[in-house]
Write a protein that binds this ligand. Structure first.
Ligand code: SAM
Length: 213
């Protein structure tokens, strides 16, 4: 890798706007490590919202399984990449997104650690989901945002990670019942050292009870 001239903090929107055209260079196989068959259970005909949809990686798969999909993302450039794949997506921040038609399933992969207002975000998700609707959250275990080289500058964004326990606490407070908590691990081809055998993240599947605690 070329030597970075400076390291700069930017907003999450700026970071992903800068990465949008190269984001899909990361192999699908690598990104799939934050997925799990749980996400694709019985999605046919279901109305699904993917929060922080990025370039539409997950939306494309969900659509191929017969789901009616919509992505939202704060980065207009990421949303444009998604639209270029003929997938429905809009520029919006989950904290402010509103719609009259509720969703059967909401997914979010590797986006929540960028959101500071967790309570507000989970309350919004509960409001957007039908009663008994499913929320699937997948996150990584990084303590800090990954620095990405863009034109010689290393950029990173504010990052607000929680443990799986921390996320479950917020979800329960908004009336979600936790159904699955799964630790995620690198696939064999991405393991080089003993360190790489440790968990790289977690996936939580929760049901919206419609009743806040
Ligand atoms: C690491 S990328 C993950 C993209 C995609 N989910 C994937 O797995 O390939 C994180 C995405 O979350 C988006 N994001 C961050 N905060 C957001 C927010 N408050 N509302 C909507 N999207 C957000 C970013 O713009 C970025 O596209």
């Amino acid at each position: 890798m070329k030597k970075l001239l400076e390291i700069k903090k930017v907003s999450a929107k700026e970071k992903y706007d800068s990465m949008a055209s190269s984001y899909d260079n990361v192999p699908d196989n690598y990104m799939e490590q934050w997925e799990d068959e749980t996400i694709f259970d019985d999605v046919k005909g279901k109305r699904i919202l993917d929060i922080g949809c990025g370039t539409g990686r997950l939306l494309a798969k969900l659509k191929s399984y017969g789901a009616d999909t919509l992505g939202i993302d704060i980065s207009s450039k990421m949303v444009q990449e998604t639209k270029n794949k003929s997938l429905n997506a809009i520029v919006n921040n989950v904290l402010y997104y509103q719609t009259k038609k509720k969703f059967d399933i909401i997914t979010s992969i590797l986006a929540f650690n960028y959101i500071k207002e967790k309570k507000k975000a989970f309350s919004k998700i509960a409001a957007l989901l039908k009663e008994k609707g499913i929320f699937i959250l997948s996150e990584c275990c990084h303590k800090k945002d990954v620095i990405v080289p863009i034109d010689g500058t290393g950029i990173y964004a504010d990052y607000y990670p929680l443990s799986k326990k921390g996320y479950c606490k917020y979800l329960k407070a908004e009336g979600f019942k936790i159904k699955v908590i799964k630790d995620l691990y690198y696939k064999k081809e991405y393991r080089q050292t003993k360190e790489d055998e440790k968990s790289i993240g977690f996936l939580i599947k929760a049901i919206n009870s419609g009743k806040r605690n």
